[in-house]
Design a protein around this ligand. Sequence first.
Ligand SMILES: Nc1nc2c(c(=O)[nH]1)N[C@@H](CNc1ccc(C(=O)N[C@@H](CCC(=O)N[C@@H](CCC(=O)N[C@@H](CCC(=O)O)C(=O)O)C(=O)O)C(=O)O)cc1)CN2
Ligand code: MET
Ligand SMILES: [Zn+2]
Length: 760
Amino acid sequence: MNTHILGFPRIGRNRELKRALEHFWKGRSDETALLELARSIKKNNWLIQAEAGLNWITTGDFSLYDHVLDTLCMLGLVPDRFHGEQGKIDLTTYFHMARGDIERNVPAMEMTKWFDTNYHYIVPEFAGEPSVRLGSSRLLNDTKAVLALGLRPKPVLLGPLTLLCLGKQDRPGARWAWMAPLLEMYARVIAKLDPLCDWIQIDEPVLCTDLSPEARARALSAWARLAGAVSGSRLLLTTYFGPLAENLDLALESCFGGLHLDLVRGGEDLDPVLERLPESMSLSLGLVNGRNIWKTDLTEAAVLGRRVRDRLGPARVLMASSCSLLHAPVDLRSESDLPATLRAGMSFAVQKCHEVAVLGRSGLDIEASEELKANRADLASLRSDPLVCRATVRERTAAIDDTMLHRKQTYALRKPVQQAWLKLPPLPTTTIGSFPQTKSIRAQRKKWKKGLLDHEAYEAFLREEIGETIARQEALRLDVLVHGEAERNDMVEYFGERLDGFCFTQNGWVQSYGSRCVKPPVIFGDVARPQAMTVPWISYAQSRTDKPVKAMLTGPVTMLCWSFVREDLSRSEVCRQLALAIRDEVCDLEKAGIKIIQIDEAALREGMPLRHRDQESYLAWAVDAFRLTSAGVEDSTQIHTHMCYSEFNEIVEWIAKLDADVISIESSRSKMELLEAFRRFAYPNDVGPGVYDIHSPRIPTVDEIVALLKKALEVIPADRLWVNPDCGLKTRGWPEAVASLRNMVEATALLREEMIADPA
Ligand SMILES: Nc1nc2c(c(=O)[nH]1)N[C@@H](CNc1ccc(C(=O)N[C@@H](CCC(=O)N[C@@H](CCC(=O)N[C@@H](CCC(=O)O)C(=O)O)C(=O)O)C(=O)O)cc1)CN2
Ligand code: MET
Ligand SMILES: [Zn+2]
């Protein structure tokens, strides 16, 4: 049977792309060098697929920054503010769209989460008069390059429905005016690819979400326009991240040559598809999970594959990854430190290509295939690890009772108790936790990890950094200080490293956005906290100042969402284990005299299921996990939380149920649109809507911050409003961080004076 994957990671085996991009942006290398490196990663990726024995080699999945941005450039969908001379979409324009043009003060395009993943894409803008044109021909060139290697290319394009639905528009319904001109561009691209390949992959993951009636009404005619552009090749409608459910009929009527199902997350579609798949359509089975690092149970996959083959005949079946492998690390062969029992059960992108290929060539013979036998033994090894199931952890989660989810008193009664010792001025100023992760911090940590710097020297260095960070905040006259997170490589990885039940890769990087990567820790067993994780650092920071220092922890839902998680226990149960471990840390901090504790839940919104029908039950256990983490403290202890990177309007009521005393929440990129939701629902506790975007090096002006705060004061009473940036400052340099905070503090001072002069 034929085999393919939906896409391969593009960062390179050792994050070569990250380094090349950052060099290029700093002016240390030129365009030729960057494009040469890109070519070598692409070629390498193609050869990996070929060597694994996959029948088709995916092209168009590589990107220098983001594949949605690439699609916009291919179709000429470039917002007016980026149009340079002759309207060329060159590399300079491309990076201006992604990162803004500081010289001309043109803001970047917005970036947000790709469905329920930790990957961020550039948000298309559908504003003004529709204008498109044929842009970049990279996809065509790459497809030809694969042919020249003697391989069979399968180009991938982000589909028109998904592109339109993911974009933002300047007025309701505006996006649909762009459909017809966009389809003309799609058709032209597809017509050029048509003679070069057997299949063209059209990604429409939006089919795995609740579609708007407008989108449903336009899908079929849009796809028909694409189908009309091919004669030799066939279009494959690829869907992933969930079941098609009520959108299945739409997909089956698409007139495409094939349909791809994500059978890891959308297994419920299979039976109805087998009943109703038109004769003219092939079926691509997404059996190898592109979003986790565990080996596929090939026996189970083969049983399913046989069922489909027997029903449709082998010619109509393709074996595949569930989604693009973008979300998996590149190569398990880079890992030498993992415990052998665990490593035997893992599979990264390179290995996943092999798994798909094995499914294609094993004849799906469960008894005879040596590869399937070996796979069963590896999975058994993984499950045999003694740390997978620990009685003490199971007993503790079983004993969780409702009283553990409630603070002693309500917020209204806690607030005066907290203010009695805090004595904060109106509109208290604070930050989100991290201060710049400088080159020197990263370099020292690298030396320490390699054993080139001893533990005492590393800790002394960190104390120095923390002391300095406290001093800078005092100089800025911020009200609630933080220690700055200098000791942390990442807000999730750092805690994972201090908890039982986790293991770590050395090189398991996954792209988060642009050149930024994360190395998600792996939860393989029951989670427990062997000892306090943050108390010494926070206590040290507090010892350096009389102002209150806010301790910084990562919450259980975010730990879960940003790790690779075991699949033999429900996510909600793993989350409860994490919650208990972090609850212990919260209580230890309180015992050590730290009375403001922030528990970040940056990923709470991202972890929400894509379909409305599944959201409520997720939100219920996610909120309970946060409450379990935070509710063990006295009324006088102030619990903060922080959220960023998403659309919060629909879940404000759930956010209120967290019952955090204070929440800092992203809102400046959307010019405080979030406040609308707070107005509608009357959010009851303290709020710090972010007053400037930390992802841009641009320094916000005092006036701009004053204006945003006044807007906030229309909705949030002065005695419940906090002043803070949107998110942590770790990606910024010190000069920008200080300059921005200085303006933030000054804006606050101006407002306080106004309030005294004119008490409302
Ligand atoms: N897990 C997670 N997900 C998240 C976020 C987050 O903070 N964490 N935030 C949002 C996304 N934002 C992000 C912001 C910044 C970075 C980021 O800066 N990543 C770093 C890696 C962070 C890290 O783990 N750094 C290690 C260093 C690893 C490393 O590359 N070391 C160098 C040496 C560095 C040097 O010598 O300068 C090497 O080994 O070669 C450390 O500090 O210890 C990067 O890509 O550069 C990632 C995501 C949403 N999702
Ligand atoms: C992605 S949310 C980041 C929260 C964390 N405390 C920080 O300031 O970096
Ligand atoms: Zn944040």
